[in-house]
Design a protein around this ligand. Structure first.
Ligand SMILES: *[C@@H]1O[C@H](CO)[C@@H](O)[C@H](O)[C@H]1NC(C)=O
Ligand SMILES: *[C@@H]1O[C@H](CO)[C@@H](O)[C@H](O)[C@H]1NC(C)=O
Length: 416
């Protein structure tokens, strides 16, 4: 019975491939602009729309930390380093703080890696606090707004909550001193204490040159229906199961490990990037955090992202029409993933692929060096520019204080 129904699904699948062939579906052949606001917003030029002052901090807050562990240049939180470098030579930078719209404090709070390369956020709160203490005593601008015209890059799993476990992150909340600032972070989930209103959600860092070097000829067809490589269980950190990825990844494995439409495994092959270019759908399920670099990879490689992360807020969601590009599947619907994906009409798939082929979409996902028009750096600046002019309420009256410098866990108050 089961075999019979899989035989049927396979038949449908090959009919589907033939169908795609009939449309002469080839990557990179046809692209579609997103009409209306979205596509246009992505192509905005931020130069002339905002001025950013970069605080000069002792190198122990940034360069020295990087010297100690150059792996920080390649991990998925590396945006904090590249954004600093980008701003130093960007035409939006001003050396005159009096004319600045935004103030930026270059502090590398994610560059503390375990021997295995996993970033630890335990020192981040003290380091951030120390940096804010320094700028608020050496310049008059922090006290003027208590940070409301300052932005910080905090790309950790749960942003400025500074913990990689959700429960602990929620318990901590956003660092008290950052509660008026604009946070630029990878973490995005609706109605979550670690996502403040007005934050800018950005893609995680994925190495642009490396991805570029794995591009395959656009004529190669997409013969894999669903692709995924990664963990289904995290036995080390979640021995009982069910906590990691809220069980969604486990459900993918349990339901589809033997399904021929699903090319899924924990093995990371050397052809990983090539495989994504041969796939129609790429699963982007939550892990410990709602997002992962798979989303960026899927967009770069034109593989339709299947987003399984309830209430996720995707990068630059005010500029990129994610519903048009990707497929959202509720975590509880994972057992029906096969039916959901096989019942998407071919013309809908083709349209998503054409939108994904739009270079401005790919550009917005990358932090290339050197920077290029429309890349993620420019999208961050566009996001900051759209928040201008500042509301009068950001400026405090003389002597007015809002932030509590002694709030938060005692351990965070120790000097860094
Ligand atoms: C800002 O306020 C703090 C205390 O609230 C004070 O210690 C500091 O000197 C002030 N900074 C400047 C530049 O006046
Ligand atoms: C600041 O936070 C500390 C620790 O939570 C608390 O004891 C204190 O009362 C707070 N101060 C103000 C002015 O709210």
């Amino acid at each position: 019975m089961i075999n019979l129904s899989w035989g049927f699904v396979l038949l449908v699948f090959f009919a589907f491939l033939l169908n795609l062939d009939a449309f002469e579906l080839r990557k990179g052949q046809k692209t579609e602009r997103i009409s209306g606001s979205a596509g246009d917003v992505l192509e905005d030029d931020p130069v002339g729309r905002l001025k950013v002052f970069v605080y000069e901090l002792p190198s122990k807050y940034n360069k020295k930390i990087l010297q100690k562990d150059p792996r920080c240049l390649n991990h998925m939180f590396a945006a904090e380093i590249y954004m600093h470098r980008f701003l130093l030579s960007s035409p939006v930078r001003t050396l005159n703080p009096e004319e600045a719209d935004w103030f930026y404090t270059p502090v590398y709070t994610t560059c503390d890696l375990t021997p295995n390369g996993l970033p630890l956020p335990f020192k981040s709160p003290r380091m951030m606090r120390s940096a804010i203490q320094l700028i608020s005593s050496n310049w008059p601008y922090w006290n003027r707004t208590e940070g409301a015209d300052h932005f910080f890059i905090v790309p950790h799993d749960f942003g400025a909550c500074f913990h990689y476990q959700e429960e602990k992150a929620i318990e901590r909340g956003i660092l008290p001193l950052l509660q008026r600032a604009t946070l630029v972070q990878t973490f995005g989930q609706k109605n979550h204490v670690c996502l403040k209103e007005g934050s800018i959600t950005v893609p995680p860092y994925a190495p642009p040159q490396k991805m570029q070097s794995h591009l395959i000829p656009p004529s190669i067809p997409r013969s894999i229906f669903v692709y995924f490589r990664g963990l289904f269980y995290d036995v080390g950190n979640d021995p009982e199961g069910g906590y990691y990825a809220r069980g969604a990844r486990a459900a993918v494995w349990e339901n589809f490990k033997d399904n021929p439409l699903f090319d899924i495994s924990t093995e990371h092959p050397t052809t990983y990037y090539e495989d994504m270019q041969r796939a129609v759908f790429c699963l982007c399920p939550l892990g410990w955090a709602p997002w992962s670099p798979r989303l960026v990879e899927a967009v770069i490689f034109g593989c339709i992202p299947v987003i399984i992360a309830d209430d996720i807020v995707l990068p630059f969601a005010d500029a990129i029409p994610w519903e048009d590009i990707g497929v959202y599947v509720d975590e509880k619907d994972v057992p029906n993933l096969d039916t959901i994906l096989t019942s998407i009409p071919t013309e809908v798939i083709l349209r998503k692929q054409r939108l994904l082929a739009n270079p401005s979409m790919k550009q917005a996902m990358l932090f290339p060096h050197p920077a290029q028009p429309g890349d993620a750096f420019h999208q961050i600046l566009n996001g900051l520019a759209r928040k201008l002019p500042h509301d009068k309420s950001v400026y405090l009256r003389k002597g007015e204080k809002v932030l509590n410098w002694t709030a938060g866990p005692q351990a965070d108050l120790k000097p860094w």
